[in-house]
Design a protein around this ligand. Sequence first.
Ligand SMILES: Cc1ncc(COP(=O)(O)O)c(C=O)c1O
Length: 651
Amino acid sequence: MQKFRRTTARFYFMGIKIWNKLFPASVSSPPPPAAMQSSLTSLDNSVVVITGSSKGIGLALAKAFAEKGSKVVINARSENDLNNAENILKKAGCTVLAIQADVSTSAGAKTLIEQTLSHFGPIDVLINNAGVVGPSDKPVWQVNTEQWDEVLRVNVMAAIHCSALLASEAIKSRRPVKILNVSSGIVGHGLTHLGPYAISKDALESVTRAYSWDSEEGIVCAVSIQPRSVRSTMTKDFYDRAEYAMMDDADAVAPVFLWAATAPAALIQGRSFSEPLFAGDPSSAKSIRGQLVGAQPITIKPATFISNTDNSKQPGAYMHLLENANGFYPSAREQLLKELEQRDIYSYPDPEYKTLTKALATETDLPEDQIALGAGSSEIINRLLQLFTTPGDSIVVTKPTWSFFHAFSARWQLIPTQVAMVGSLADGTLRHNLDGLLAAITPRTKILYLVNPCNPTGSLLPKDELETFIASVPEHIILVLDEAYIQYADPAQRPDPKQLLASCKARLIILRTFSKFFGLSGFRIGYACASAETVNLLSRAMMPFGITTAAAKIVPTVLKDTTFRQQVYDNNLEGREQLEQGLTKLDINFLPGQTNFILFDCPTDPKRLHSDLKKEGLIMPDVNQFLQNYSVLAVGKKEHNQLVLDALSKY
Ligand SMILES: Cc1ncc(COP(=O)(O)O)c(C=O)c1O
């Protein structure tokens, strides 16, 4: 009964709360909000308070703001340090007030804010910079109580006390203020043995967010800024001498603070800015959130896309991205033409992609809930990195590997450990170093990426070796097995996805694409085979209707087109043999492979070969050289292969 009464009361009060939110009483409405953009636009005559500013970043900021015309208030616990700093600033002609106070106590914070108000009047900007590193030589569980208290008090409580006092003033007078919290590059990038410092800086980021949430109208605008490590007394003990010598002076970090102090509150409220990323690319730092700020767009040169109809001398020779030389499947063409008569082709696809998923389940002999769809396997790679990793995670990849993977992992700020292949091309033994890949895994490794058959070597791992390897990958790893070219490999030697998934302790994601063997690169369609649980996770980050209706319609058709599939396989095999025999005759070393491309030792500068073949209308793959003059030949139609061999015979 008591429980019932309590529940009823809770619902009653909740109801009142919701009612008040929906229909606020007009009498208690707050005064109209100060517009978000009404904050400071010029620093001239502004009042800027900087805690912990007797040296390092704090002092550099005091100087930078004073040079822009601000009246600066510096603060420190030590009288000596503070006097020194005051002298430096006064000599430089700055308008400065020095206030000695321990702002990590509420009394100290009060002294700082009240003395500033009575001396300079209203405060425009508060920079919460006071901080200590704390113990940096022991794991977090060995840090003692006093050390915890000290770091959290100075790094977090000081910011909270000073901000609270300033915020109440600002809200009372409805005069906008900026709070800039000096965070750290350590946020999101774990460093060992800096537990209290790292925790305090994470906490400071959440102080920023809390102030911004509670001041939606932007009167109190709070921002975190993560500066680079600079040469200071604070970093001197932590970094070794060589690293320390390479660091910048503290004033390098000033531009982002000067910008944030005058930027519109609506743009920066509650956000966290990485100072090095801001310095490198201010425009993206201002407009993009989080880790994508530092990412480069992946550029694919349009020059390589020479259409068959305009300037290419070789119709159908479209081999630079290792597509299928046999072109569009006739059955797909027929299906598409038929579909053009139907309404379905131009409307939304089936949101569950039932027919498509069923066709892929049949193809792989897996249950439908073990198939995830994507707009090409590139999209699935990007999505799984977004989903499963955080900046600073380590990943293990082969060297070389598919170049896009590097671009995607840079986009998500992952740290790659590259494991070089072993063997040599000259004697045909160049291959993945499976033991090396396993040895490179640490508890911090999130992803292991392996392409099989390999791009760019074309070699397929023997089934039993792959199975043993997969069974040895530890449980905490997400193992990405990219099978972009698997349909070109000898069917008897292809691994069975079902068996691989059953034997792997790790979270295995097998990627397949329709861009290569099935010639549907323009339709952007790929899929992943994984456990039902992984497929479910992958679907969380999927775009609704992310696969086009046309792709969803065509794929089941090409999968069923066993006649053309066999023809594509046979033609590729013949073309590969034609190239291999030609290369042997020319005495050029190559790696016998199982794909629609061949890694070979180019008898001239590969750039020259590319440019000579381009003149003939053949665009060859632009695979980075990773050893000497190695390059990649795509298997094309017979006549194209012959042109390539003719060109090679001239060097
Ligand atoms: C190894 C590898 N994986 C994935 C892809 C991407 O294919 P998709 O077109 O499905 O994104 C390629 C394309 O070149 C590739 O070589």
